[in-house]
Design a protein around this ligand. Structure first.
Ligand code: COA
Ligand code: MG
Length: 286
């Protein structure tokens, strides 16, 4: 999911041709306070002109407590929008309230597809309430981990290896899976350090994250490379599934390792994801 500052018309135009799975048109922290009115108009124009390609397009309005969220939604909830990335969620009631506002807007604007919600979990309250928050709306499609806001509010000292946020990071991924939605990992802020980005992607994937928030076009390729199953992983998954189907026993040995039902489920998950990515890439190819 690529953040694009809502006041940057040039970046928004460029974003439509980038291989992102999702764009987040940002009205919140990626836009200075003085530029927010202009950003609303810029985002509105981009959505109206439908210049954003065939990836999913999300809007990040300002947080509920700013008093700006309603006007952000009034200006920018338009056909073509996939959903809302809700920042600084604190409790389930925040999500229920926004769900109701979206329902009213969908009705007023005769939007045919319900808007989805991606919830940024980036306050201490939200981390502690992460097992309830995603259930407050049927629209919830993803939880996004926001490490820097969490650090700001909880007085954490950020480090390259993320030790100080590791407990929250793992908890949020589990909360997403308990809800059956996507888990989208933190932003890697060093835009020129693709090695560091790759390492952080590997760690996130191992924790169960299914994707990553990114802020620069150069970050897309390394993120896709890690979060898509590799040829080796696909070959491993085929060996497991094929062996299990050929001799369906409680446990068998493949590549010198014991394989039982949970390993087969892991392998099936890899194959399902690979098939979905292939179908999506196929659909995008001209
Ligand atoms: N979306 C779309 N295009 C982007 C982009 C983004 N997030 N970030 C950079 N680009 C484009 C630039 O416009 C430039 O295009 P051009 O050469 O065709 O004009 C190209 O990619 C290269 O950009 P670069 O010069 O390397 O970036 P920069 O050094 O000027 O800016 C950032 C770096 C981090 C400030 C910038 O990438 C950015 O603003 N990212 C988003 C940050 C954000 O949204 N933060 C809040 C959420 S955490
Ligand atoms: Mg934030």
């Amino acid at each position: 999911m690529l953040f694009v500052p809502g006041d940057q018309a040039r970046m928004i135009e460029k974003a439509g041709s980038l291989p992102a799975d999702a764009l987040i048109l940002d009205l919140e922290d990626g836009v200075a306070a003085k530029d927010k009115p202009h950003a609303r108009v810029t985002v509105r124009n981009a959505l109206t002109a439908r210049v954003l390609g065939d990836c999913s397009v999300w809007l990040r309005p300002n947080a509920l407590m700013t008093g700006l969220l309603e006007d952000d939604l009034l200006a920018c909830v338009l056909p073509g929008l996939t959903g809302i990335v809700l920042p600084k969620t604190r409790v389930a009631a925040d999500v229920a309230l926004v769900d109701g506002v979206l329902r009213a807007l969908e009705r007023a604007r005769a939007l045919s597809t319900p808007l989805l919600l991606a919830l940024l979990i980036e306050t201490p309250q939200a981390v502690l309430n992460a097992n309830e928050i995603p259930h407050a709306s049927a629209r919830t499609a993803a939880l996004l981990f926001g490490a820097d806001d969490l650090a700001a509010e909880a007085g954490l000292t950020r480090t390259e290896r993320n030790e100080e946020v590791q407990a929250a990071r793992a908890h949020i991924a589990l909360a997403a899976h308990a809800r059956g939605c996507q888990a989208i990992d933190l932003v890697y802020a060093k835009v020129r350090d693709l090695e560091g980005l790759t390492r952080e992607c590997r760690e996130g994937k191992a924790l169960g994250y299914t994707g990553k928030q990114v802020i620069h076009p150069d970050q897309l390729e390394p993120v896709h490379a890690i979060f898509s199953p590799s040829q080796d992983e696909i070959a491993w998954a085929h060996r497991i599934v094929d062996a299990y189907r050929a001799a369906p026993r409680g446990a068998l040995v493949v590549d010198g390792r014991m394989v039982d039902a949970p390993i087969v489920r892991q392998a099936e998950r890899v194959l399902q994801l690979a098939a979905r990515i292939e179908a999506q890439d196929g659909a995008r190819r001209p």
